[in-house]
Design a protein around this ligand. Structure first.
Ligand SMILES: C[S@@+](CC[C@H](N)C(=O)[O-])C[C@H]1O[C@@H](n2cnc3c(N)ncnc32)[C@H](O)[C@@H]1O
Length: 390
């Protein structure tokens, strides 16, 4: 195989990167075939080594930069590129935001059939933002993250995106020995554990700690350390007012409610509130966090839409589904229940775009869509969309 001209096995290719794909890899084309190359930037000319050659696309690793992008910066982390966490840290923050805006606009056009959608970007602090982290013990019992493209563990003494209390805990635990002795009784059958930290408080570590209580816009919210909870409290405190903006009425629903974060605030705006969540443990927390006068259903959304509770009239419905987005039955229910407005918190631009297209065809106008940058330096894209009945 003649290196730069033919793609095969470990061939090297020279190509240009056109854009950053939704997964965070740079995307270029070699002899008409898509090539995904992590850690590259739009407009760059690069040399890359093929690591996977599939019928429709290739995956390759960056070997060298022929023409670097002006948006490329020195990543402020010595483990960047080896660690499996961040994948956009080699771009300036302005460039990261532009990438996310373009990914969302492309998703709306391609998966939703909605052109010209320009999401406003609500920026976050770029560093020291992450309140929740998952760590592993490596074979030498040192604490670390999973490596990129591998199941190996990369030892850590600090991480620039972690909130202060988690980094302080890491610094104290850096040798691993004391932390291992403390956590060993809780690690049976497990290869990872969660640490949660909010500024002003010491970190909570899964095992000794299970139940966490935080303050969110003046409300006390409790959750289980292993259960779902947003990992960036600063951005969550920016998102909640947008979710509530202009809302009031008789009845609202918080669907896929988790521990009832949004319900805790929606209940102040509506006379009645229904909260639905499939995880019974989370529903227990939601009952305590939201309190009366709300109704709670520990059920899947797919089943709940056929329940008596779902037959009432809703003024506003908030949905916050997992990555896969709304199931067809849930969209069919929304189309027939016709709440005056729908709020949609999304962690996946493609499923949000697909569902937005369907809601638009079911009679809803997209009133606003904003990207909330919960995860700077990574390609994770959180957004909020509001729809109003035409
Ligand atoms: C992205 S989280 C949002 C949780 C909550 N709104 C919050 O902000 O903390 C999605 C939630 O949906 C729940 N879930 C996933 N699939 C579901 C389904 N089919 N029916 C009901 N709940 C589901 C998960 O257990 C999880 O709590």
């Amino acid at each position: 195989m003649s290196g730069k001209n033919q793609a095969s096995g470990n061939a090297t290719l020279e190509l240009s990167i056109d854009l950053i794909s939704a997964g965070g890899d740079g995307l270029g084309f070699y002899q008409g075939k898509a090539v995904f190359v992590p850690l590259t930037a739009p407009g760059e000319r690069i040399v890359a080594q093929v690591r996977q050659d599939k019928p429709d696309f290739m995956r390759a690793e960056l070997l060298s930069l022929v023409q670097p992008s002006p948006d490329r910066v020195e990543a402020p982390c010595k483990l960047y590129g080896q660690c499996g966490g961040c994948n956009l840290m080699h771009l300036s923050y302005d460039a990261q935001c532009s990438v996310k805006e373009r990914i969302l606009a492309d998703a709306f056009r391609r998966s939703g059939g909605l052109s010209g959608i320009q999401a406003a970007m609500v920026r976050g602090p770029k560093d020291a933002y992450r309140n929740r982290a998952q760590f592993h013990f490596g074979p030498d019992k040192k604490i670390g993250y999973a490596k990129r493209l591998s199941n190996d563990i990369i030892a850590l003494d600090s991480c620039p995106i972690l909130a202060g209390p988690i980094n302080e805990w890491l610094t104290q635990s850096v040798s691993g020995d004391a932390a291992w002795q403390k956590l060993k009784p809780y690690m049976a059958g497990k290869d990872r554990f969660i640490v949660f930290g909010q500024d002003g408080y010491s970190a909570h570590v899964e095992g000794p700690d299970t139940d966490i209580s935080i303050s969110l816009l003046g409300k006390s919210i409790r959750f289980h350390i292993r259960g779902f909870f947003q990992s960036n409290l600063t951005m969550l405190e920016k998102l909640i007012p947008d979710v509530l903006d202009g809302l009031s009425g008789q009845t609202a629903a918080d669907l896929y409610c988790g521990v009832g974060v949004f319900g805790s605030f929606l209940k102040d705006r509506f006379e009645r509130l229904v909260c639905v969540e499939q995880d019974p443990r989370a529903v227990g927390y939601a009952c305590a966090n939201v309190g009366k006068p709300a109704d709670f259903a520990a059920n899947t959304m797919e089943e709940w839409v056929s329940s008596a509770q779902a037959k009432q009239r809703f003024d506003h419905v908030l949905v916050d589904p997992p990555r896969s987005g709304l199931a067809p039955r849930v969209k069919a229910w929304l189309a027939s229940a016709q709440p005056a407005s729908i709020g949609y918190v999304s962690c996946d631009p493609v499923s949000l775009a697909r569902d937005s297209g369907e809601l638009s065809r079911a009679g809803y106008d997209l009133e606003r869509v904003r990207i909330y940058d919960f995860y700077p330096n990574t390609s994770h894209l959180e957004s909020y969309a509001r729809f109003v009945l035409r």
